[in-house]
Design a protein around this ligand. Structure first.
Ligand SMILES: Cc1cc2nc3c(=O)[nH]c(=O)nc-3n(C[C@H](O)[C@H](O)[C@H](O)COP(=O)(O)OP(=O)(O)OC[C@H]3O[C@@H](n4cnc5c(N)ncnc54)[C@H](O)[C@@H]3O)c2cc1C
Length: 471
């Protein structure tokens, strides 16, 4: 009997799983494995909430595999050594996996290929995480797009793949040792009281169906209002591959059929967001240096502040700017923050506090369930004005007017900052009378936005003119 290994990574589902389907098409027996990394709480880009969600997704995947007649083998440590060992134990002829969208995962894929080759074991790595990846969406002259709008036009024109089948039956395999399903203790992390969404493929599919039925065709009107359930809330599901992007796209096409003009616009706006996700994947693929450096070379070497006291107030939701604090508290308590508020808090960190965008990027990666290296980096660089936009640094949002515009009644602010719940909403969107706190237990604004805006504009301008002179 010919065996192969399917290495689960960010594709924790049995439906429309490209590599798993390919393995099953070519081999009689497929052994599913997940390898938990060995880092012990020293990883700057992760934290308890996302790992807890992962733990629950693995439990759900294991249960689905049991139903299909198999089980999820858990191994730990360096993935290359663990897979080579498993190949040797099983006599597997091939290892299958879906390609990781970030450079860390891709480096392991290259090492694994090199380690398996001398053993005569084939390694197959598939596109699965995106509709279009790497160098599939190119300009007329064959280069990568630097700007989103033309990328999105080219992306939209390409044909989209339909979802593949769901695996319902797998051949059981014999006695092979497996670690127990991991808990947070595996990574030396402590459980936190975070309100997580239900994990696993079925729960993710329910979220998608609910959105397609009730939210998709009004998305353009509701997406920017943080107090409403106006967005799909499937970002963690795409992050862990609980849903395939092909399934999502196919469900949207069905949902959009027969839409009226304004509904069709909503559908378009939503699909554009999925396109941003893939745009940032290709940015990271083509320019992995963005993980350390500003996308746009002119902004490299900016004099960012590293004031940890200011950072601590921001991350604790104690800045005295209610919309910023509400967002930071939502993030801390749920592992999620609404997109509009992500933009407000990120711009506040970079333009009002002048802190290094990498400090915010790291905090988001530690707290977000959907923490996605490419999208997070893209979102932070967009907010810092150092990213893919043509003329961005002087676009400085005012947190007070943003707050009034998107949370006029203060529902979102009051939900996350209970100490402000009794106040008239008009007080939440402007600086308080100098020296007077809104309430005893809520801080005064830590900075004056108008002043910090001027400082930011001056600093960016000076840096740009000195970097041009240096060229
Ligand atoms: C500073 C900053 C950091 C961010 N970090 C992340 C991150 O780590 N992971 C992440 O998935 N998204 C990130 N985003 C993008 C966006 O905020 C989230 O994708 C969105 O809030 C998730 O909620 P949703 O699923 O309800 O989104 P919806 O509005 O329903 O959008 C549908 C899907 O489109 C994708 N998407 C939407 N907006 C964007 C965007 N601007 N960039 C890339 N993809 C997008 C997501 O996969 C999302 O699930 C970040 C944005 C900013 C401004």
């Amino acid at each position: 009997m010919s065996h192969a290994i399917h290495w689960f990574r960010r594709d924790l589902r049995l439906s429309d799983n490209t590599a798993l389907n390919a393995a099953l098409a070519a081999h009689e027996q497929v052994i599913p494995v997940y390898i938990t990394s060995l880092w012990k709480n020293g990883h700057q880009w992760t934290g308890a909430p996302r790992q807890q969600f992962l733990v629950e997704c693995l439990r759900s995947l294991h249960e689905a595999l049991l139903k299909a007649g198999s089980r999820l083998l858990i191994r730990e440590g360096d993935a290359v050594s663990a897979l080579v060992k498993l190949v040797q134990q099983t006599g597997a002829k091939a290892v299958y996996t879906n390609r990781d969208p970030d450079p860390f995962g891709q480096a392991i894929e290259a090492q694994l290929k090199a380690a398996l080759e001398p053993l005569g074991v084939a390694f197959f790595c598939f596109k699965d995480h995106a509709l279009h990846e790497r160098n599939e969406v190119l300009t007329g002259s064959g280069s990568a797009f630097r700007v989103f709008t033309p990328y999105s036009r080219a992306w939209a024109k390409l044909p989209k793949q339909q979802p593949g089948p769901t695996v319902t039956q797998l051949r059981a395999f014999g006695p092979l040792e497996s670690l127990p399903l991991p808990t947070l203790a595996h990574w030396n992390l402590q459980a936190e009281n975070v309100e997580l969404p239900e994990a696993g493929e079925a729960a993710a599919r329910n979220r998608l169906s609910k959105f397609v039925e009730n939210g998709f065709l009004k998305y353009a009107q509701t997406r920017d209002i943080p107090s409403e359930e106006g967005t799909s809330r499937i970002s963690q599901d795409l992050r862990f591959g609980l849903l395939s992007i092909r399934e999502v796209f196919a469900a949207l096409e069905v949902g959009a059929s027969g839409a009226k003009a304004d509904e069709a616009r909503s559908a378009q706006v939503y699909i554009n967001e999925l396109c941003w996700r893939e745009f940032y994947f290709q940015v990271l693929w083509n320019k992995p240096e963005v993980l350390d450096l500003e996308y746009s070379p002119a902004y490299r070497g900016m004099p960012w502040s590293h004031d940890t006291a200011a950072f601590d107030l921001w991350s604790a939701g104690q800045t005295g700017f209610p919309i910023v604090d509400a967002g930071m508290r939502q993030l801390f308590q749920t592992g999620f923050m609404h997109n509009r508020v992500r933009m407000i808090v990120a711009m506040f960190l970079t333009k009002d506090l002048h802190l290094d965008w990498r400090m915010g990027e790291r905090w988001f990666m530690q707290r977000l369930l959907d923490g996605e290296i490419a999208s997070n980096n893209g979102g932070w660089q967009w907010s810092a004005g150092t990213g893919t936009d043509a003329a961005p640094y002087f676009r400085i949002q005012n947190p007070w007017t943003q707050s009034l515009r998107f949370d006029a009644v203060g529902t979102y602010i009051k939900r996350w900052i209970p100490e402000l719940a009794h106040l008239p909403s008009a007080l939440l969107h402007k600086p308080p009378t100098p020296g007077l706190r809104l309430t005893d237990n809520y801080p005064l604004p830590m900075v004056d936005h108008a002043r910090e805006r001027d400082i930011a504009l001056f600093t960016y301008k000076r840096h740009l003119s000195s970097s041009q002179t240096a060229e």
